[in-house]
Ligand binder design. Structure first.
Ligand SMILES: NC(=O)c1ccc[n+]([C@@H]2O[C@H](COP(=O)([O-])OP(=O)(O)OC[C@H]3O[C@@H](n4cnc5c(N)ncnc54)[C@H](OP(=O)(O)O)[C@@H]3O)[C@@H](O)[C@H]2O)c1
Length: 298
């Protein structure tokens, strides 16, 4: 049995995807979510109703008097402004967490200065606008950082969601979030580039995605199971310069950004293959072919 929440009341600020879904997920797991505020009162009312019965839609000025801790889930650029509004409304104690992965607690400076313990609680998950499925937040990783009391509460909330806590260094959130974006959004860019190349082979996008699906899923499973270097296969890993040369030829009539994506990926693969024993000569040959391919386009 999980302990009862140490704090009587959690508040939310925001009426978007994260405030709604995170609020509801926490409430479903027994966290005492008492109130939600947002800049628009109608949207606040709808979001509070979504979070669950008994959650009051309140004004920004009322929120500090009702809660011991607040989760601020607003657009990245609005976090400091909202923190300043809450500090001006009397939030001078307890905990404030924001849900942006790219910013540390600097974003909450007005609340830190007012005496609030500040932290980050970033769900490493994607919630599209209008998302309503709380299950997306169960069992995932949350990046956490900040002042000791805030980190303690954040870890407690993560445990409620059967999640894993990833402690990020105070100045590490930009790198952490860049990593998440590279992995999470990079897959989309790689597949879009691959589909563009498939079109040059006469394969339309739906068929290309269908065909690439099993290959991509197996590659991802291998990478997760063995690690990126051990899981490496393909022409770069084999030092097969002749095949890379044919690929370079196929890149001549694709858009520039797709050709650059291929070359950047291949260059990283050369580095990785080097760690697994690709000779310096073979690496230099492949990198030379990639340079020639670039030169032919410029
Ligand atoms: N969605 C995801 O996949 C995801 C995942 C992890 C973390 N996050 C992070 O969680 C935070 C919230 O994201 P979200 O997806 O929930 O965003 P969202 O659905 O776009 O909602 C943004 C919220 O911020 C409010 N807002 C914007 N500017 C404001 C201002 N100047 N003053 C007061 N409120 C303002 C909006 O109010 P209005 O409705 O009135 O415009 C809305 O309630 C962001 O920091 C985001 O980076 C998002």
């Amino acid at each position: 049995m999980l302990p009862q929440p140490a704090r009587p009341g959690l508040g939310l600020f925001g009426s978007g995807a994260v405030a709604r879904v995170l609020g509801r997920a926490l409430r479903e797991r027994g966290v005492h979510v008492v109130a939600l505020a947002a800049r628009d009162s109608d949207r606040a009312a709808r979001a509070a109703a979504f979070v669950g019965p008994g959650v009051a839609a309140v004004t920004t000025s009322a929120l500090p008097g009702l809660v011991d801790a607040v989760v601020i889930a607003v657009s990245d650029e609005a976090i400091t402004e909202v923190a300043a509004q809450l500090a001006a409304a009397g939030l001078h104690r307890g905990v404030a967490l924001h849900t942006c992965g790219a910013a540390g607690i600097d974003a909450l400076a007005p609340l830190s200065e007012a005496g609030v313990s500040c932290g980050v609680l970033h769900p490493l998950q994607t919630l599209p606008p209008g998302a309503d499925s709380v299950t997306r937040l169960f069992g995932i990783t949350f990046a956490v950082g900040g002042d000791a009391e805030a980190v303690r509460l954040a870890a407690e909330l993560v445990a409620r969601l059967d999640g894993r806590t990833l402690h990020v260094a105070p100045l590490g959130f930009a790198a952490y979030h860049a990593a998440a974006a590279l992995a999470g959004n990079g897959i989309a860019a790689l597949l879009d580039g691959a589909v563009t190349l498939m079109a040059r082979a006469g394969v339309d996008a739906p068929h290309a995605l269908d065909a690439l699906g099993p290959l991509c899923r197996t590659s991802l499973e291998n990478v997760l199971a063995l690690g990126p270097v051990a899981a490496l296969t393909g022409p770069v890993a084999r030092g097969d310069a002749r095949t890379i040369q044919t690929h370079a030829g196929a890149l001549r009539d694709v858009p520039d950004d797709v050709a650059r994506l291929y070359r950047a990926t291949a260059a990283r693969l050369v580095t990785m293959a080097g760690r697994r024993g690709l000779s310096e000569d073979a690496a230099a040959r492949i990198l030379g072919l990639l340079d020639v391919a670039e030169g032919e386009r410029t």
